[in-house]
Design a protein. Structure first.
Length: 479
């Protein structure tokens, strides 16, 4: 109760929330036979230990980075204790499945851990998660301004710390914005998995419309947690891309539309550094899908409207990503994923990678044409006919590019698609034809006429000349 003059005002005490960011751990003790662990965190307040929260699992590491947020209601901050446990996740495996991993064992200690796993699984039929260590933090030790600190992970019976954990702790009267956004992403992840399981949509067919009951849950969470539009679109960008990696059922238009709504917030600096980091980490996962569509553009008929739409939305995504300032500390194009990239002297970017994707797609098509037009006539005349046929195939592909795709590439990315194909095909035709034609021309015999009758020779120069002229005309039409 507050007195102001002769008046008394009753004010309800605000709900106090303990906002927690679990950032990272280091120097964890290994629990698996391969010398690593698969750590995750469990956190709860001692006063309500039945309400536990878990982070994600980080595979095969002793220095996991989580950067995940949680908010716990702190009803008695003077007396309560925050408990954070770090566990090693062990998936349910049979003894037979565990034995197949014997090659991953590292050292004598690794063998001991492996034999322990086998023994426990054989006895109980399962292998429970094993605790690495834990830390207890009395809430009264957390300053009002909050704190960022490393905490030792202790384990019963172990004299030395089992690692250290970096936590950021603070009190607030409401749920942390990052916590609400993280919860919303988790909700989207669960509902999207339910959607895919229920509807079983075809590849590239789902247009982003949730089931009615799922849509209602999403709307309620947005309202109750005060989720802003930017957080909503960012959450969909992240979770839809994650889902696409295992179930590529989401239509490319969905990603294009989401990104369209993020352009202004990103361009005007509305996203925090952490949000930008999450955005680009997801973009990194999406880019291989985009470039694969460009590389495999010939898998469907060029007039297929679904393909044309997919190309347009893909180029929209690349166009928007190209307009953003790329992060310096993120390798968007790792060599283990982009093994087809050409050597690059400058910094790799969206546009140069598009150029290489188009080139690789053209080279792949050229190889496909060669493999599907194996020679059956090994004479010189037969070789010329084969080269003419291959040249005609490349000409047809170039014509389709001009008719269906070139304007779109120029409009969206200012990229000369047809000109790039022409350069590649021209070099391949020269590489294929020039040595052969040079040799043929050097070995050709003159045509001799006696009494208006052509003399018979082993290598008929007239027939050879006709085939050579046809090849010349085919190359001329290509050019």
């Amino acid at each position: 109760m507050i007195k102001v003059g002769n008046y008394y005002f009753t004010e309800k005490a605000p709900n106090i929330m303990l906002n927690i960011e679990i950032i990272e751990a280091k120097d964890l003790k290994p629990k698996d036979a391969n010398g690593f662990s698969d750590p995750f965190c469990t956190l709860f307040l001692a006063s309500s230990s039945q309400h536990k929260y878990n982070t994600s699992v980080k595979s095969q590491t002793l220095r996991p980075v989580w950067e995940e947020y949680f908010s716990l209601p702190a009803n008695a901050p003077a007396d309560d204790i925050l408990c954070v446990e770090v566990w090693d996740f062990d998936p349910a495996e049979t003894v037979k499945e565990k034995v197949t991993r014997v090659g991953d064992i590292k050292g004598f200690k690794g063998m001991k851990r492996f034999m322990k796993e086998i023994a426990v699984t054989a006895t109980n039929g399962k292998h429970d998660n094993e605790i690495i260590g834990s830390t207890l933090i009395p809430l009264k030790t957390i300053p009002s301004r909050g704190q960022l600190s490393w905490y030792n992970l202790e384990k019963k019976g172990k004299g030395k710390p089992q690692g250290t954990l970096l936590l950021k702790l603070s009190f607030g009267s409401e749920k942390n914005k990052q916590v609400a956004a993280q919860e919303h992403r988790h909700l989207l992840r669960v509902l999207l998995a339910h959607q895919i399981n229920e509807q079983k949509p075809d590849i590239n067919s789902w247009m982003g419309d949730f089931l009615p009951e799922s849509s209602l849950i999403i709307q309620q969470h947005v309202a109750q947690s005060n989720i802003g539009l930017v957080d909503e679109y960012l959450g969909r960008w992240i979770e839809f891309i994650n889902a696409q990696g295992t179930s590529p059922v989401i239509n490319t238009k969905v990603f294009s539309d989401i990104l369209e709504n993020l352009v202004k917030p990103i361009s005007t600096g509305q996203l925090s550094n952490e949000e930008l980091k999450m955005f680009w980490q997801s973009a990194k996962k999406a880019l291989p899908f985009c470039y694969n569509i460009i590389r495999t553009i010939r898998k469907k008929s060029p007039e297929d409207q679904q393909l044309l739409d997919q190309i347009e939305y893909t180029l929209n995504i690349l166009r928007h990503l190209k307009s953003f300032e790329m992060p310096d500390n993120l390798d968007l194009f790792p060599s283990e994923i982009y093994g087809w990239l050409l050597p690059c002297e400058h910094t790799r970017d969206i546009q140069s990678t598009l150029h290489d994707a188009v080139i690789q797609g053209a080279v792949d098509w050229y190889v496909h044409v060669l493999e599907n037009n194996a020679p059956d006539d090994f004479t010189e005349e037969g070789q010329m006919k084969l080269q003419l046929k291959i040249t005609q195939h490349l000409k047809q592909d170039l014509q389709r590019a001009i008719e269906y795709h070139n304007k779109l590439f120029i409009k969206k990315m200012q990229f000369p698609y047809a000109n790039t194909l022409f350069s590649i095909y021209e070099s391949k035709i020269i590489e294929m034809c020039e040595p052969f034609i040079t040799r043929i021309c050097m070995n050709m015999k003159p045509i001799n006429f006696e009494d208006n009758v052509r003399s018979e020779v082993d290598n008929d120069p007239l027939a050879m000349g006709t085939s050579l002229f046809e090849l010349y005309m085919g190359i001329q039409k290509f050019a």
